[in-house]
Design a protein around this ligand. Structure first.
Ligand code: APR
Length: 264
């Protein structure tokens, strides 16, 4: 059987699901970035299993933990600094551009949805973004390159030059509260949607993993595409076990909604 024949049923199912929805929210995890070279968090061999994220309480408790956290961050940044959005990111961006995807709710911190051209206001980052830092006291933004220069010169990260507060990558660490506004926007988008497509997430981290269930309880249909089983599979209307982007249609399907506005 040709490889294409094996994935065609999956592509057809995804196309049919997309064509049956008007307002889709796409929920993404690290599995959409692996084909772009960005490692996910839990697959065997992931560098994240070596450079484990430092829990928030430890980060706040000691200078040594902050030094270790930044050392690990710079090591991960060096792994994927030169990488860009992959085919799955571009597929999602097409759905947004054609007006059928109202929001992308992501657990990813790699800034690749922004770099795929999706407008910021349609990206909801539950676990923050690793492409910049901020002061935990006054929330002033700090740029990673300047922090790295200070770190490499003095062996420790700078404090906020406005207020002297602790500066941290703008990602949400274990034990750190999720951004209230992002969670509110995500809940609102999920409840309004009539279709949720989960791409590349193990769906084991809450409260993020509760959101597709919230949408389903509000009447949305749920499609999960992931290489492995997830705890939400039994709640999904459709589960496609396969590799992204291979199981996705080549292009975002034309639907009645966007056929008039898109000429190909
Ligand atoms: N195609 C399909 N699925 C894939 C692919 C791929 N190319 N690559 C990886 N996967 C699947 C893995 O099998 C796994 O089930 O994607 C899932 C990624 O799961 P995780 O590594 O747990 O990532 P994620 O679900 O985003 O983690 C959620 O956990 O560590 C925290 O804050 C971190 O946001 C992260 C959160």
């Amino acid at each position: 059987m040709r490889e294409d024949d094996a994935v065609q049923p999956a592509r057809d199912a995804i196309t049919a699901f997309i064509r049956s929805c008007e307002n889709i929210v796409i929920f993404t995890g690290a599995g959409i970035s692996t084909e772009a070279g960005v490692p996910d968090f839990r697959s065997p061999g992931s560098p994240w299993l070596v450079h484990k994220p430092v829990p928030f309480q430890e980060y706040m408790a000691s200078g040594e933990a902050r030094i270790e956290a930044w050392r690990r961050k710079f090591a991960m940044d060096d792994i994927y600094r030169h990488l860009g959005p992959g085919a799955t990111h571009h597929f999602i961006a097409e759905g947004v551009a054609q007006g059928q995807v109202s929001a992308v709710v992501t657990q990813n911190i790699d800034n690749l949805h922004q770099r795929s051209g999706i407008p910021d206001h349609q990206i909801i980052e539950l676990h923050g973004n690793g492409s910049y830092a901020h002061c935990l006291h006054c929330d002033r933004r700090h740029e990673i390159p300047e922090i790295r220069i200070h770190f490499e010169r003095y062996g420790y990260p700078p404090v906020c030059d406005d207020c002297g507060g602790i500066v941290k990558s703008a990602t949400i660490s274990f034990g750190q509260k999720l951004p209230t506004e992002a969670l509110r926007r995500a809940r609102e988008a999920m409840i309004r949607a009539d279709g949720i497509i989960v791409l590349g997430s193990s769906l084991v981290v809450r409260p993020a993993a509760d959101l597709p269930i919230l949408a389903a309880e509000a009447g949305a249909r749920l499609l999960i595409v992931n290489r492995e089983k997830t705890p939400l599979d039994s709640a999904a209307d459709y589960v496609i076990r396969g590799d992204l982007p291979g199981v996705l249609p080549e292009l975002w399907p034309l639907t009645d909604m966007n056929a008039s506005s898109t000429s190909r």
